[in-house]
Design a protein. Structure first.
Length: 162
């Protein structure tokens, strides 16, 4: 039976394994930006995130197997002349093990983040989706998320080219 819970330090080795999978999706899509097999966090950084009250890492496990995770960060925008104050649960990553995709695990993890955002009295949930990953964009849209803004780029020839 699948279970969603908060990550603890015992989950770190499996989180690192899944972080490599996420990185490789990005590396394959944009090798000009993303390095090959690595992770955005190391074990010590994950341990710090797990113990940080501003972060939530939810994991989906079945028995002793980690099937996926959702890394979230609580963000608060202060009121300014331009912006209203907002409390946001930002999803840094949702990852489902590549061998377990299309089984509803991502949806379970997302639903748990919605519960957490509601419990924290957040105004919204946000996340970023890279253009190199249209499947992820379709998945998030199927959950009811809508684009907030678009980042545009133009690649320039490197100065070392003739």
């Amino acid at each position: 039976m699948k279970r969603i819970c908060l990550a603890d330090p015992s989950h770190i080795p499996e989180l690192l394994r899944l972080l490599v999978q996420v990185n490789m999706v990005h590396h394959r899509g944009r090798p000009d930006l993303f390095k090959g097999p690595t992770t955005k966090y190391d074990a010590a950084e994950l341990e710090a995130l797990i113990s940080d009250p501003a972060h939530r890492i939810f994991v989906c496990e079945e028995g002793n197997t980690l099937l996926g995770y959702a890394m979230c960060e609580l963000e608060e925008t202060k009121e300014s002349r331009l912006l209203k104050p907002l409390k946001t649960l930002y999803i840094d990553d949702i990852c489902v093990d590549e061998t377990c995709r299309h089984q509803g695990i991502g949806r379970l993890l997302y639903e748990r983040t919605v519960q957490e955002a509601t419990a924290l009295s957040c105004d919204r949930i946000t996340l970023n989706v890279w253009a190199l990953n249209p499947g992820a964009a379709r998945f998030y849209e199927s959950l009811g998320l809508k684009p907030l803004k678009t980042t545009m780029e133009m690649l320039l020839p490197s100065s070392g080219e003739s």
